[in-house]
Design a protein around this ligand. Structure first.
Ligand SMILES: Cc1ncc(COP(=O)(O)O)c(C=O)c1O
Length: 370
């Protein structure tokens, strides 16, 4: 699905020397590269504050904790996402309110959010799934009207641009009150282990986030908040500084692959290619098709037999997982999520795909449908 070896072949010498410099400096925790990476990412994202942390799940947890939400406060998010988005809500004792996504973009349905708002709603968490932004302008309008927070889970969309009605753009993750991301190795901007970050234009929130990510400490050994230990390792920051320089180029290469997939599969009746919206670029963390007429699992097996990997993100709806049975839902309560879980298939997607590989994948998929 992702070829990190091919990428390493390209940028290996730079990565090696970045790692070596940290080994020699021994500044493994909170070394200078962490701050430098935060500053460079701030500039790239066009946001006032980047706060690095240990992973994208912690970033979500820190973001929800800093907003002083109370147990039982309602948090609206999508039912079609990686589990981290919802697990943090549940862990913090907040009331999880899941809603269906849009069938074409897979992103949270604004109409469903509107319906789910109550007087107890305190937060909306849109996820920019697979690399394309949710309808942030509408969501921010709803949030403003009801005086509620928005945390963008931008783990899969580092580098995507959101286009506002007035023609201005912002990077995914920098529109809501707080944005979060993950540097999991397979992400568009991935490190060589775990890593994550938060974005915010609010300096007070940024200060508090920095403190709670580091044991609640602003001054050494003085604790203003009950915190956690969630720091980005200096080695990972040094790797990310190298990879950030290539992010735009890598994202463009992904879009080229997606264009070729789109062109090949659009005429095919039983395949729905991912919908692209006018208000967001798509940086294709995943290229995810929908396979109609119950043929998804047959296609997956056929591709396996041709040594072509494919993945189902996500196979089981969250509302049917054992851990979330306490929510008390039935399968049919979320028809869009349920049908997506049966139809979606993600194809190999990374910046180093060769034409020959793309052709092989396309011709095998078209052969299956013939
Ligand atoms: C949408 C989304 N949110 C949150 C996360 C959690 O990030 P991490 O694995 O770094 O904790 C991930 C991915 O891994 C993700 O895809």
């Amino acid at each position: 699905m992702v070829d990190l070896n091919a990428q390493y072949e390209k940028i290996g010498p730079e990565i090696d020397s970045a790692i070596k410099s940290i080994l020699l400096s021994t500044a493994f925790i909170k070394g200078p590269d962490v701050k430098l990476f935060e500053e460079e990412l701030q500039e790239y994202m066009g946001v006032k504050n980047v706060i690095s942390c240990a992973n994208g799940t912690d970033a979500l947890q820190l973001a929800m904790r800093v907003l002083n939400l109370k147990p039982g406060d309602e948090v609206i998010t999508t039912n079609f996402t990686f589990i981290a988005t919802v697990e943090v809500v549940a862990l913090l004792g907040l009331k999880l309110v899941i809603v269906d996504p849009e069938p074409g973009t897979y992103n949270i349905s604004v109409a469903a959010v509107r319906k789910a708002i109550t007087s107890r709603t305190r937060l909306i968490v849109p996820v920019h799934l697979f690399g394309q932004c949710a309808d942030m302008e509408s969501l921010m309008e709803i949030a403003k009207k009801h005086d509620i927070y928005v945390i963008e889970d931008a783990a899969q969309a580092t580098g995507a641009d959101y286009l506002f009605n007035n023609g201005t753009t912002k990077k995914a993750g920098t529109i809501g009150h707080i944005g979060t991301t993950s540097f999991f190795p397979s992400k568009n901007l991935g490190c060589y282990g775990d890593g994550g970050a938060l974005y915010t234009n609010d300096d007070d929130l940024a200060k508090k986030l920095r403190s709670i990510a580091n044991h609640g400490m602003k001054i050494r050994y003085h604790y203003d908040d009950i915190g956690i230990n969630s720091r980005l390792d200096t080695i990972q920051a040094a790797i990310l500084r190298v990879k950030l320089k290539y992010l735009s180029e890598f994202n463009k290469a992904r879009i080229k692959v997606a264009d070729k997939y789109d062109k090949a599969f659009s005429p095919c009746e039983l395949i729905c290619v991912p919908e692209r919206v006018s208000y967001s670029s798509h940086i294709f963390h995943q290229y995810t098709i929908r396979v109609k007429s119950g043929k998804r699992d047959y296609l997956k097996k056929f591709l396996e037999s041709r040594k072509i990997p494919s993945m189902v993100y996500y196979p089981g709806p969250i509302h049917m997982q054992k851990a979330y049975s306490y929510l008390g839902f039935n399968e049919n309560d979320f028809p869009v999520t349920t049908s997506l879980c049966k139809e979606v298939l993600s194809l190999p997607m990374h910046p180093d795909m060769e034409q020959e590989q793309i052709d092989y994948i396309i011709s095998n998929i078209l052969e299956f449908f013939k």
